[in-house]
Design a protein around this ligand. Structure first.
Ligand code: HEC
Ligand code: HEC
Length: 237
């Protein structure tokens, strides 16, 4: 390269970083998007959901939503309803503007569609998958099912064992809904090492009845300081 040609190139390079003063450059204010205009699924999901529904270990965590088994349980309409209205009496907030949240109907639709993209029929257990919701089963049968499918990790009485913590701590049981306990009884917490209904005892998936029974047993352990069942918030339909 000759010196004569190098000089304009150098000038051009020097000019690059200083073009802030030039007219027509978008300002920071132009780049700012009102929260209601965000239409990227990833951005919506990461800023509104991931904090509580982490994919990995998380202290404050609720279940990961990036789980094909869990998503196979949930109809898109139900997911939409939960996002829009939250879960009454529990720490799942309502996101729809009409319920005091920040998201528009369109943004909720984007979230539902994006989350449902994580469905993957090829990753489902072969055993019949228990339905998302069902009435509570039988407490005594649930006690037996707990001994068979859960006690190896959560301890004989549910107070915790070597592999996992307590599932009968009253503060814990007070925090979560009956439906959430059922959800975990079916889908587990794969991201934390709680296996799903089909993988707790090798070759013995839990039956839908056993899932309802074990949920009833967990719910029956929800007692207040007088040893009485507390006033509970009704299950989500
Ligand atoms: C402040 C924490 C928090 C945030 C933020 C949050 N969630 Fe939740 N979510 C929870 C908790 C806690 C539960 C369990 C509530 C219960 O006991 O039923 C839950 C439950 C759910 C459930 C139902 C789980 C079941 O039992 O089947 C779905 C679906 C869900 N959340 C989706 C979302 C989506 C989507 C977002 C983002 C738009 C979101 N959540 C944001 C805390 C949160
Ligand atoms: C292989 C061990 C293992 C088995 C078997 C197991 N779990 Fe878990 N479970 C875990 C681990 C690990 C966690 C994560 C929390 C912890 O470390 O205590 C967990 C967490 C949970 C939680 C809390 C989840 C939350 O989101 O709040 C519930 C409820 C639960 N298990 C119920 C059950 C039930 C019911 C059964 C039997 C039907 C069962 N588990 C069987 C290992 C197990």
């Amino acid at each position: 390269m000759t010196a004569a040609r190098a000089i304009p190139a150098l000038l051009a390079a020097l000019a690059l970083p200083s073009c802030d003063w030039m007219p027509g450059k978008p300002t920071l204010a132009d780049k700012w998007q009102a929260p209601s205009e965000i239409t990227s699924f990833t951005e919506l999901y990461n800023s509104n959901c991931l904090g509580c529904h982490a994919d990995g270990r998380s202290i404050a965590g609720s279940n990961t939503l990036k789980d094909p088994l869990y998503l196979s349980l949930l109809a898109p309409e139900k997911l939409r309803e939960i996002i829009a209205a939250g879960i009454n009496g529990h720490s799942m907030p309502a996101f729809a503007k009409e319920n005091g949240g920040q998201l528009t109907d369109q943004q909720i639709d984007i979230l539902v569609a994006g989350i449902m993209e994580w469905r993957d029929p090829s990753k489902l257990p072969a055993a019949p998958i228990p339905p998302y919701s069902a009435p509570l089963g039988d407490v005594a049968a649930g006690n037996a099912a707990f001994a068979q499918y859960c006690a190896s990790c959560h301890g004989a009485d549910g107070n915790g064992g070597e592999k996992a913590g307590s599932v009968v701590n009253p503060y814990y049981l007070d925090l979560v809904s009956d439906q959430y306990l059922r959800t975990i009884a079916i889908a587990g917490r794969p991201e934390l090492g709680c296996p799903d209904f089909a993988h707790r005892v090798p070759g013995r998936p839990m039956s839908p009845q056993e899932v309802s029974d074990v949920t009833a047993w967990l719910v029956s352990r929800r007692v207040n300081e007088f040893g009485q069942p507390p006033q509970t918030i009704p299950n989500q339909p």
